[in-house]
Design a protein around this ligand. Structure first.
Ligand code: NAG
Ligand code: NAG
Length: 449
């Protein structure tokens, strides 16, 4: 501020007045130039580098031994179910059993298949891993980082003119004459399932049953360490960006800030659904680029990846100078209470559908039931959304090692949307523990996410 009391310019000092005007104009110009520099750098690129020190650089990737244990468990499950094999394409399941996702090998019309069969060696069941690869790409396929430490991988190379599915039959240990079962990844593409079924006319080709899916649903200690780090870091990033938000920021700008913070924190593939005011009433976004005004909540639904595992956290926040309507604040508090209620009730043995029902009833009693339009939650791990799901009608039983999102929400179209999402896992004692416990867990208020 210039000193206004230095006296209004008088007609007696015309020279001095214009001199001071020039000085003030120059000072103002310099100030504006710098402040616009800092304005454009302030909201979009605060320094988030300290977030990288938290845990992402020190957490361990899944070891070769753990891959080996997963493969051994799969071999035993297949044997106990009398199944001849389990077959997957690159994707989340192949990543779980063989460390190959579609990042390492893009899907094309030429199948690359992982085939695991139970095999007897010295009267013990062991998994046999065969990989069926296009012959002209066999060298590239053999560079894939497939951990199979205890045994040798059986490579099958299929030439362009051959039927890959017929070739894959040769590596299935018990091509059952009397009609056996071959399990496939439930997400396998239809033309491959068809090809396998035609090549194995005596067998039934089925989507892998619960016993196989449960191997991935039960998170190991190492997986939980990765998931905790991913979730804690994601939440720290949200809290950091929250400090830099201001009334007048656009959704697109805030979204960029979140993505930068997640990247600086050492996470990959990160981003947030960023919705202000009534836009948040559309749970997956509106497509507009709204400005944050003084009466708005801001909703951030963030996900990022660490060593192949995903985080998923939602915060609905206000700024210190926000003036939130009373009824919107009531909704926030209600959603938060329901989240707490779910957390207290989630334990081993409870049906996933009952947990959803509990949240729905609590919101209905608070007269918001009709505005809670989606399921309560989903499993989380290699995929952001995976089985088991916390959804009405589900009879899945919650087990030790399961990890879920807990995300009640209230969406009143044209007015307001509030969602709070924290993920938790079930520990060895059968109790729920937040994956963000290490940084305090749930939001305590719209100002303290
Ligand atoms: C899994 O694959 C990654 C590369 O995507 C590699 O860095 C890692 O060493 C592999 N894990 C094992 C246990 O081989
Ligand atoms: C597996 O096959 C054996 C003999 O063919 C049979 O006794 C057993 O019940 C089968 N088990 C299952 C789970 O189908």
């Amino acid at each position: 501020m210039t000193n206004e009391k230095s006296g209004p310019a008088t007609p007696r000092q015309p020279q001095a007045q214009s001199h001071w005007r020039r000085v003030v104009a120059v000072v103002l110009l310099v100030y504006l130039a710098f402040s616009s520099l800092s304005l454009s750098s302030h909201p979009t690129s605060p320094d988030y580098s300290h977030l990288a020190d938290y845990c992402t650089s020190s957490v361990s990737p899944i070891s070769a031994n753990e891959y080996s244990a997963r493969q051994e468990s799969l071999g035993s499950v297949l044997h106990s179910l009398n199944a001849s094999a389990y077959i997957a394409e690159p994707g989340p399941n192949a990543f779980f059993f063989a460390n190959v996702s579609t990042t390492q090998w893009f899907l094309s019309e030429r199948p690359l298949l992982f085939i695991i069969s139970p095999e007897f060696i010295d009267e013990e069941i062991h998994p046999k891993l065969s990989v069926l690869a296009p012959k002209f790409e066999a060298t590239r396929a053999k560079l894939l980082p497939i951990p199979f430490p205890k045994h040798k991988i059986n490579w099958i190379e299929w030439p362009e003119e051959a039927n890959p599915y017929e070739l894959s039959c040769y590596c299935i240990i018990r091509p059952t004459e009397e009609g056996g079962k071959v399990f496939v990844d439930g997400a396998m593409r239809h033309f491959i399932v068809d090809g396998l079924q035609k090549a194995l006319p005596e067998s039934t080709v089925l989507a892998a049953p619960a016993e196989v899916k449960q191997l991935r649903e039960k998170k190991s200690k190492a997986e939980l360490e990765i998931l905790k780090c991913a979730h804690e870091t994601t939440l720290l990033s949200i809290r950091e960006v929250h400090k830099h938000l201001y009334i007048g920021i656009r959704e697109s700008e805030a979204r960029k800030m979140m993505a930068s913070a997640l990247t600086a924190a050492g996470l990959t593939d990160g981003g947030c659904l960023t919705l202000f005011g009534e836009n948040a009433a559309l749970p997956h976004g509106s497509g507009s680029d709204r400005v944050l005004t003084q009466g708005d909540f801001a909703l951030f639904d963030c996900t990022a990846s660490l060593l192949g595992y995903r985080s998923d956290i939602t915060r609905t926040v206000a700024l210190p100078d926000t003036i939130i309507p009373e009824d919107h604040l009531t909704i926030w508090m209600r959603v938060r209470t329901v989240q707490d209620l779910v957390y207290a009730s989630a334990k081993e043995g409870v049906l996933t559908g009952d947990l959803d029902q509990l949240a729905r009833k609590a919101l209905t009693d608070g007269r918001y039931g009709q505005y809670f339009t989606h399921r309560l939650g989903h499993g989380i791990g290699i995929e952001g959304h995976e089985s088991p799901y916390l959804v009405g009608g589900s009879k899945d039983v919650i087990k030790t090692g399961n990890a879920f999102s807990n995300e009640p929400g209230v969406y009143i179209e044209g007015k307001v949307g509030v969602r709070l999402e924290d993920c938790f896992y079930i520990d060895e004692d059968g109790k729920a523990v937040f994956l963000t416990q290490g940084v305090g867990g749930m939001a305590s208020s719209p100002l303290r996410p």
